[in-house]
Design a protein around this ligand. Structure first.
Ligand code: GLC
Length: 438
């Protein structure tokens, strides 16, 4: 019995490294930046690197290439002569996005800025020779767009990164694994990113799930990294796509291809709590792949994207919508066309999205609600509801219901327990029919 308790205690100690328990108190600037983040509601995710050259998505090295050194030759062919950071940022701005999350370094280990920590970077290893991140940072700062950096914990190229469950067949020398060495490298890179490119809105980590099948829990020293980031830029938000609950030191909670609280992907860790005190973000792809994939033309329509945005907003979360830029430096025309459509809608109806929090009830099939002050926006997104009545579990007394577009009054009934019955007019909805409750 004693032995069992001792081993249970040991297992618990290993599962939650002591350092993760140190309470984290965000600074006032950090709190302000969380609020700003939560109000923005729409961000653009970009997966761009030398993998784009193969046009097979960002996992191509792990999925198909038996030799990392052969893969690395793509760097010498990466020449994105049509890259125009100002044009990109303008397109995101016109779409109504408030921030861009850019892959500074993905799992293949290639750095998209001039890093002194590794010559495997955009300036030293490509004929293009220009710092992509510097250009993007300048364009973002000039156009008042927040810049976030995706940063991979995994590295399929370096021997010092201790191999997890991916990157096993790319020819790495496992005898050289040395996490302390790798950690120093990452921290030096993060320091570059946070000291050379002005104000950075967030660092978005990805890859700790690579070690989720280890027999002994892998200690990433996350808190050390989070503290480093906050010391360099106190307002910089820390997020980690670990598919679990908030770990002390994190400022936002990330969900991948799922709404907060859902687990359609099966990736969410058991027992994950959706935070009630941190901003939430759901990331998803515009087609099916993150990095540019030539055969994947299965893009969501403008309407589908907006319905996603309405749902995430109805959950009080942001939508981080991904685009995989082409190897020539252009955004796919179809992605640009979708951004344009999103922007047109946002200019007209953005009031019901920006700066809102979750509505009184969770998004349901065909409708969702967002809230701002004493107003609640009821978004009807399913044509099948036109002419029908819906019952909404709102939480307060409704004084007035109007059509967002025309301001015309909408009839409603409210029961003693506040349940609201709304009759959706026959002419509703197009993309989204909005009723404003006061
Ligand atoms: C997954 C993938 C990665 C992608 C990320 C975006 O973690 O490994 O390629 O960058 O999702 O959320």
């Amino acid at each position: 019995m004693k032995k069992t308790i001792a081993s249970l205690l040991l297992a618990a100690a290993l599962a939650v490294p002591a350092v993760a328990q140190i309470p984290y108190v965000p600074t006032p600037e950090n709190i302000a930046s969380r609020e700003e983040f939560a109000d923005m509601k729409l961000g653009i995710f970009l997966h761009w690197g030398i993998y784009s050259t193969f046009a097979q998505g960002e996992w191509y090295l792990q999925n198909a290439v038996p030799d990392r050194n052969e893969y690395a030759k793509a760097a010498d062919a990466f020449y994105p002569h049509r890259f125009d950071a100002e044009k990109w940022v303008k397109a995101f701005k016109d779409a109504g996005a408030g921030y861009v999350t850019f892959t500074s370094r993905h799992h293949d280990g290639f750095s998209m800025w001039k890093s002194d920590q590794s010559a495997y970077n955009i300036v030293d290893a490509t004929p293009y020779g220009r710092d992509v991140i510097a250009q993007l940072a300048d364009a973002c700062h000039a156009q008042d767009m927040r810049l976030h950096f995706y940063y991979s914990h995994i590295d399929w190229g370096r021997d010092d990164y201790p191999m997890g469950r991916t990157g096993k067949n790319v020819g790495k020398d496992v005898t050289k694994a040395d996490y302390n060495h790798y950690l120093k490298f990452m921290n030096a890179q993060l320091t570059e990113l946070l000291t050379r490119y002005g104000k950075i809105g967030a660092i978005w980590f990805d890859g700790v799930w690579d070690h989720d099948q280890d027999s002994v829990p892998f200690d990433w020293h996350l808190r050390e990294q989070y503290d480093l980031i906050h010391n360099l830029q106190p307002a910089c938000l820390v997020g980690n796509n670990h598919h679990g609950s908030i770990i002390p030191g994190e400022d936002i909670q990330i969900f991948e291809r799922d709404l907060p609280g859902e687990n359609t992907t099966g990736w969410v860790q058991n027992g994950t709590q959706v935070s009630v005190s941190h901003p939430l973000e759901t990331c998803t792809t515009m087609n099916n792949m993150w990095g540019y994939k030539v055969v994947d033309q299965n893009y969501k329509s403008v309407e589908e994207i907006l319905h996603l945005l309405i749902k995430t907003s109805g959950m009080g979360a942001n939508l981080l919508l991904n685009i995989g830029p082409q190897p020539n430096g252009e955004l796919p025309a179809i992605a640009l066309e979708r951004l344009k459509g999103v922007g047109e809608w946002m200019r007209e109806y953005g009031e019901s999205i920006y700066g809102t929090t979750a509505g009184d009830f969770k998004p349901a099939e065909g409708y969702a609600a967002t809230r701002k002050g004493n107003k609640q926006y009821i978004h009807i997104t399913d044509n099948a509801l036109a002419g029908k009545s819906i019952e909404l579990p709102v939480k307060g007394k409704v004084k007035l219901a109007t059509e967002f577009a025309s301001g015309a009054k909408v009839a409603f009934k409210q029961a003693k327990d506040n349940t609201l019955t709304l009759t959706i007019p026959e002419h509703a909805p197009v993309i989204d029919y909005i009723i404003v409750l006061q």
